[in-house]
Design a protein around this ligand. Structure first.
Ligand SMILES: [Fe+2]
Length: 160
């Protein structure tokens, strides 16, 4: 029997790509993102994100559960603003949950969060229609094409 090895991704070994409000699902502000691991068959995508102060992500519904680990800064969902994620916070987002991610403009540093995502983010209009979909396949396509455009042709994303 072959024993599989653990697979390490160092913090700076993958390029960051930057998303700003020219994208439909970024309402305001910007973020940088590394795609750490994907498994398109099971719908898994693991990302490291750095949100600039004053960033808001479009309201979305999750089709699968999300696990979020915050390492710096602060953020919350506008629907429950008293639940503020800070360094060391762990957040569980059940499948079916709907919310709007917001990073306070008063933050003085980037907000670093690791997300273990399952399934899709269904990005919603104000009247709850699905405007766009982000899932393991879409984020892989977007990440790889943005890496390529910045001269990183083969980022070592686990699972690719
Ligand atoms: Fe979410």
């Amino acid at each position: 029997m072959t024993v599989p090895s653990a697979q390490l991704v160092q913090a700076e070994s993958l390029p960051f790509v930057e998303f700003d409000d020219s994208l439909p699902f970024v309402d305001e502000g910007k973020l940088k993102l590394q795609l750490l691991q994907v498994d398109i068959e099971v719908g898994l995508w693991v990302i490291r994100t750095l949100f600039a102060p004053g960033t808001t992500i479009q309201r979305h519904r999750h089709t699968g559960p999300i696990y979020a680990f915050t390492h710096s800064g602060s953020w919350y969902y506008k629907e429950y603003p008293d639940d503020v994620n800070v360094k060391g916070s762990y957040l569980f987002e059940p499948a079916g949950s709907i919310h709007t991610l917001h990073v306070p403009a008063s933050n003085t540093e980037d907000t670093e969060v690791y997300f273990v995502m399952n399934g899709a983010n269904l990005n919603l209009t104000d009247d709850d229609n699905v405007e766009s979909v982000l899932d393991a396949g879409v984020i892989t396509d977007v990440y790889l094409s943005m890496c390529e455009a910045s001269g990183h042709s083969k980022p070592a994303v686990l699972g690719l």
